[in-house]
Write a protein that binds this ligand. Sequence first.
Ligand SMILES: [Fe+2]
Length: 277
Amino acid sequence: MLGEANRETINVFQKAEAEYKRLVTDIAQRRTIDKTKVDAVVVFLMTASKEKRQEALQRLGGAAVSSEANVVNVIILSTVIGMTLKLSAERINQLATAALLHDIGMVKLPKEQSELLAKSKVTPEQRNAITTHTILGYRAIRRLGYPEEIALVALDHHERWDGSGYPRGLSGEKISDLARIVAVAEAYVSQPNALTKLFGKDRGQFDDRVLKALGNVLEVRPIGREKPPSAEKKGQGGTDMPSGGLSGARVPRPPSGAPQGTISASLESPTKEGEAN
Ligand SMILES: [Fe+2]
């Protein structure tokens, strides 16, 4: 049962999705982007992730119904992981901006290629074509005047800690740190049974520090296994998750019942002129 304030929160997240969709349309149609709109979405979602953390994370519990919803979820989760890792406000802003822009290279791909990415099986040739979205995204973001740290997330978000990713096959800390966060966030929000995979067979693909932060965010605890020798006691959270059973749920926490306020950031951008609908 949703309260009025909860419904209001959901509505503003939907507004963020609509704004993101307009941004993508702008990029596709005009080959440009209104950075003030990017900033408006980023500030809104950062504020919502802080002030409405439970509601924001509850969005992640179900499958995203659109690519826009998926990107908004990636921004929210990246931001909350960044907060958990105690990144500075400036770095979290860069992280959220990068999470928003990380897949804009897809817009530059022919439609049939971008649709392939949604399919689980692609041929090596198709995969090669798709990998270019990381490079196209990097170039586009740099051309827009964003700093290297933000562009690198577009370039590196499909790199994997064990070196199995693309486009450069980087491994470990050679992968940009913000990209390692976005990679975990995207892997979590984009696939069913994500936790089982992330803390099971796919664990070697991701930065363990980021995975532990995800565990803290979701309050996931292992069941039926002992903690590995490297387990750290950080107080709350129980973040060491060996492969196997997981007691966490995709919806991380029950509502606290605390009174719901309003989100202080606004999505209203300075200009509405020329927006594609
Ligand atoms: Fe991507």
